[in-house]
Design a binder for this molecule. Structure first.
Ligand SMILES: [Zn+2]
Length: 270
């Protein structure tokens, strides 16, 4: 029996809850996260579960990669993230907040800052692997490189308040700039374990072929104050994979793969 038996295909538009990142709105971490109307969107019985922030890449005018027949990366990762949220919550594995709505496109820093502000246990950014090489295919998992250039770029000048992790900041550090790349350093080992767990889910009966675990200068990961991974769930520019991603059965298998990966990552990241 499939893991997504409780997820009604086609019901996403009515059930997915949007959440908007704000710089000051996430200072307090008590209770369930709130949506843009100020309403709690996690049922009370989910409140004690670990919080996972899922980041569907791109959005709005930024479509991300586009497959040969027009399927966009933003659309694929939005559907996958939305279904994954429903499955993780229905199976009581985690409560989930998405970094964007179906049409919005927050900046990379806003996405990361949202996870930091909510005190998430795990941050997973989802992309669709638009490869430049036409023969490239499959899924890949990335973690932040140890000394990424991206951090140095962001840190020219004083980082705005938005960039600061709000949960674990000590009183003594208040008012002093937080080095972007230093935020993630204490969580790197846990990130490696979490990302390896997600990759293992792809390799063990995953929906698509999976490649290795990679390190890269990825700003969306390098400022995260928790274990963080970026998953290229597929390679959309590979025509057979694009065709497969149009099939509900492939998307369901992909969601189940990610579900097993996130569940294992939460255990591995502790
Ligand atoms: Zn992307």
């Amino acid at each position: 029996m499939g893991l997504v038996r409780r997820v009604a295909v086609g019901a996403l538009a009515a059930t997915v809850v949007f959440c908007v990142a704000t710089a000051g709105g996430a200072e307090k971490n008590e209770g369930a996260p709130r949506d843009f109307r100020g309403q709690e969107h996690a049922p009370p019985d989910l409140a004690k579960l670990p919080l996972v922030v899922l980041d569907p890449g791109h959005g709005g005018p930024d479509t991300g990669g586009v497959g040969p027949s027009g399927l966009t990366e933003a659309e694929v990762v939005w559907v996958v993230a939305s279904e994954l949220k429903l499955l993780l919550e229905s199976e009581r594995v985690a409560r989930v907040v998405l970094t964007r709505s179906s049409q919005s496109n927050p900046s990379l820093a806003e996405r990361t800052a949202m996870a930091n502000g909510l005190g998430a246990s795990l941050f997973v950014s989802l992309h669709g692997g638009a490869a430049f090489h036409p023969g490239a295919k499959g899924a890949s998992v990335y973690l932040a490189s140890e000394h990424g250039r991206a951090g140095h770029i962001v840190l020219n000048g004083s980082p705005p308040e938005l960039f600061r992790p709000t949960r674990r900041r000590s009183k003594s550090s208040k008012g002093s700039p937080v080095r972007w790349e230093a935020v993630h350093a204490p969580h790197r080992a846990a990130s490696h374990r979490a990302c390896a767990a997600i990759l293992a889910a792809f390799k063990n009966g995953g929906a698509l072929e999976a490649h290795g675990l990679h390190e890269a200068d990825l700003p969306v990961l390098q400022g995260s104050a928790m274990p963080a991974c970026l998953v290229e769930v597929a390679t959309l520019t590979h025509a057979p994979e694009e065709a497969a991603l149009r099939q509900p059965s492939t998307r369901q298998a992909l969601v189940e793969t990610l579900f097993r990966g996130v569940r294992a990552a939460l255990e591995a990241g502790r």
